[in-house]
Design a protein around this ligand. Structure first.
Ligand SMILES: [Mg+2]
Length: 257
């Protein structure tokens, strides 16, 4: 599906607005509770979810929405949005700023569009006509200095790992050596949230291994941005990650430039 430039502007407006509301809560009053799967949800997740779902319904009434905060039961539609209104809730609660707003569009099990906004840094990644772009959003929400991005190959890879999954100090050196060997790497960087996939798309890292379960809304937008920048996410049996799976669950995967 082609998203027209006018519709893309609307989607940018939606993530910007969600970002503004998240930052307001970030600076003032975060309230938190735990969901049935024992992960935290805050008033910012809920508020951003409302804004995004309302906006998408208004501009794309024909496309169904699956959101982290509004999970649909049953089989996935042929075409649907995957929304994570606030990815990196743990980072949000820690106050380190590494959280993002994510909207991905799935068609025939593939991500065909993605947008990720990091409101603390005004960083915006999005796709358009099967290419990926980076820009900064102005205070008014206008993208400035839009640049096309591509993955960057290296002789020795840079591995990017999650921030919130930490190892004991004694284990770090051992794990490092293993990771360097396994991924032909000589450097490890860490970051929270879906921005890791954007960093590979942007040429700042090469490999992001993620072991364990993630949800499709965690990866859909970043997957689109990575694919159209020349990278791929594969499962451990080397299949390209697909969407609309049972309960919208991803298995372990490795994203690469
Ligand atoms: Mg979330």
């Amino acid at each position: 599906m082609n998203i027209t430039p006018e519709k893309l502007d609307e989607i940018i407006r939606i993530v910007h607005l969600a970002g503004i509301e998240i930052i307001k809560i970030y600076k003032k009053k975060v309230t938190k509770k735990y969901k049935s799967d024992n992960t935290p949800v805050t008033n910012a997740d809920i508020r951003a979810n409302d804004i995004i779902c309302k906006g998408l319904k208004l501009h794309f009434p024909e496309i169904s929405i699956v959101s982290e905060e509004q999970i649909k039961k049953g089989k996935a539609a042929k075409k649907f949005w995957l929304v994570d209104p606030l990815d990196g809730t743990k980072e949000f609660l820690k106050g380190n700023g590494e959280f993002t707003v994510n909207i991905g569009l799935i068609e025939n099990k593939k991500p065909v569009f993605g947008i990720i906004y990091m409101p603390t840094k005004n960083k915006l990644y999005f796709t358009k006509d099967k290419k990926s772009y980076f820009s900064k959003l102005s205070k008014k929400g206008q993208p400035t200095n839009i640049r096309k991005i591509k993955v960057k190959k290296r002789n020795k890879n840079i591995v990017i790992l999650s921030r919130s999954h930490s190892l004991a100090k004694s284990e770090i050196e051992k794990a490092k050596k293993m990771i360097f060997r396994r991924f032909n790497a000589n450097k490890i960087i860490r970051s929270g949230s879906s921005i890791k996939l954007c960093y590979i798309a942007h040429g700042l890292a090469n490999v992001y291994p993620r072991f364990g379960t993630t949800m499709e809304w965690d990866t859909a937008a970043g997957d689109a941005i990575l694919r159209f920048a020349g990278g791929r996410i594969r499962t451990l049996d080397r299949k390209i990650l697909c969407y609309g799976k049972k309960n919208f669950k991803n298995t372990s995967f490795i994203a690469r430039s």
